[in-house]
Ligand binder design. Structure first.
Ligand code: FAD
Length: 463
């Protein structure tokens, strides 16, 4: 394992190493910089497909690749699988009425009694139940997953992504595979590999705001019925949000998310989303820290004030705030096709469609001022169900790299629609199957016709 590789470093790895060996700095650095010495790393070459980030897209990609016969490694920075579903305490699955893996997840959540409501499109679930389900599904498929492990550097050989480096309590480790999938949400791997990307409204932010979700314990959920969001199609959506906003006002606050939402997760356990953190870049750790601390303080203030109102709010308290503040806008890695606003308006169709997205354009207020006028906007765009092609999941600038989830190739408006998790799952499923087929036949993902992917998915479904 001590082979020396000469890689073209695409980007200097950020962050500090957890390696145990003390290293003496050699060579001079420019003022204000530190030249980190090169070192030999343990190299592991036991996977056909490496998936980076275990959110909805990442777990779907990893399981799908493994079911297609690939040896799969999955790296996740947080302490659980699921990304925004679990570490972010999302609690609600949107645009989820899809065949394949989405259907399987919805069915298995119901079998475990951790799914609420009867809607097939908008599903409330218990985040803790989701964690267990995803671990079981990865184990069943034979995915080797490693938590608490961050992808920190990527190295190319020519145009091809060849090796990545992770950081964890095991120190820095190098991993090689024929195909990689970036499912970090923020597009970390694509950026580290040197791919072009966009973020937010223009080339750079403004970005959609972040939100920190929380689980609440209440004395009597039935007494709060009028404030709890229901996803079942026969109910009026929106009235509960307005009623909840009025109650927060009665408690003396105007929330930074003016469409505050409560969901019932189980019995007297509710989930709340009622804050926005504006103008935060997802890859600036200091900014994300400040946003998290600020959001947590706002949540606590509002919940403490609601409790003081008494009545149905008597005894309400925060059980836990999310480990991860919810990031809506990350990097969108340049792919071989860019999903754009025009596709949503015309309801575009593609021969290599991996999913048909139906969710509307959902742009959360970009500033506190906007939030006072409206919590979200759709820019007057009426979405016709549209296709996302496989080409949007294949990197343009680097070979051997695919994307799935919110970091695929698209523009700001399109991303504001396709980012919800029903689409992330379907994209993950497609990326996983194509990555496995490519790796096992020594081809690049762009050389695998989508018809082969469809056939493989059908076989996987029967198995
Ligand atoms: C506040 C909020 C509310 C939302 N509401 C809804 C909703 O109600 N319903 C819905 O369906 N969708 C909703 N969305 C959208 C949806 O949750 C996301 O777009 C979706 O999670 C995308 O899935 P993903 O797998 O691409 O990314 P993520 O869920 O963000 O997963 C990315 C994973 O990669 C990991 N990761 C990141 N960087 C690294 C790295 N360098 N190394 C290793 N691991 C890494 C992260 O820890 C994470 O687990 C919401 C999003 C937010 C933020």
């Amino acid at each position: 394992m001590n082979r020396r590789h000469f890689f073209r470093s695409s980007l200097v790895a950020a962050g500090s190493s957890a390696a145990a060996l003390p290293i003496t700095a050699a060579g001079s650095s420019k003022p204000g910089t530190f030249a980190e010495p090169a070192r030999e790393l343990q190299l592991v070459e036991d996977a056909d497909v490496i998936v980076c980030g275990a959110g909805p897209a990442g777990v779907s990609a990893a399981i799908s690749a493994a079911r297609t016969g690939a040896r799969v490694r999955l790296f996740e920075w947080r302490g659980c699988l699921g990304g925004v579903w679990t570490a972010g305490l999302l609690g609600y699955l949107l645009d989820f009425n899809k065949p394949g893996f989405a259907k399987e997840i919805a069915t298995r959540l119901a079998e475990r009694d951790v799914r609420r409501g009867t809607s097939a499109t908008s599903i409330c679930y218990e985040p803790e139940g989701m964690k267990l389900l995803l671990e079981d599904m990865c184990a069943e498929a034979g995915v080797k997953f490693q938590l608490h492990t961050r992808v920190a550097a990527a190295y190319l050989e020519g145009r091809r992504l060849a090796t990545l480096v992770t950081e964890s309590k095991s120190g820095r480790q190098a991993w090689r595979a024929p195909v990689f999938i970036d499912t970090t949400g923020d597009g970390d791997l694509g950026a580290l590999a040197g791919c072009d990307f966009e973020i937010g409204e223009a080339k750079d932010c403004p970005c959609q705001p972040m939100s920190l979700n929380a689980l609440l314990v209440v004395k009597d959920a039935a007494a709060l019925k009028q404030f709890i969001h229901v996803s079942d199609p026969d109910k009026t959506v929106g009235e509960s949000k307005k009623a909840f906003l009025r109650e927060i006002g009665r408690a003396g606050h105007f929330p930074s998310y003016s469409g505050p939402t409560l969901w019932q997760v189980r019995d007297n356990l509710l989930l709340v989303m009622m804050n926005h953190e504006f103008g935060v870049k997802p890859f600036d750790a200091a900014q994300v820290t400040e946003a998290t601390v600020h959001a947590r303080a706002e949540l606590n203030k509002i919940v403490n004030s609601l409790r003081k109102l008494g009545g149905p709010w008597e005894g309400i308290q925060i059980a836990v705030t999310a480990e991860q503040i919810g990031v809506r806008d990350g990097r969108r890695i340049a792919g071989r096709f860019v999903v754009s606003k025009g596709d949503l308006v015309t309801g575009v169709r593609h021969e290599d469609a991996v999913v048909r997205a139906t969710f509307g354009v959902d742009i959360h207020a970009l500033s506190a001022e906007h939030n006072k006028k409206a919590a979200t906007e759709d820019k007057g765009i009426k979405v016709k169900p549209y296709d996302i092609p496989l080409r949007a999941l294949i990197a343009k600038d680097v070979d051997g790299l695919m994307m799935a989830g919110r970091c695929i190739s698209g523009d700001f408006i399109a991303h504001a629609s396709y980012r919800v998790t029903g689409n992330a799952v379907a994209m993950g499923e497609a990326a996983g199957v194509v990555a496995a087929l490519a790796a096992r036949s020594k081809r690049l993902p762009q050389d695998v016709p989508w018809s082969e992917g469809v056939d493989a998915l059908k076989k996987n479904a029967k198995a």
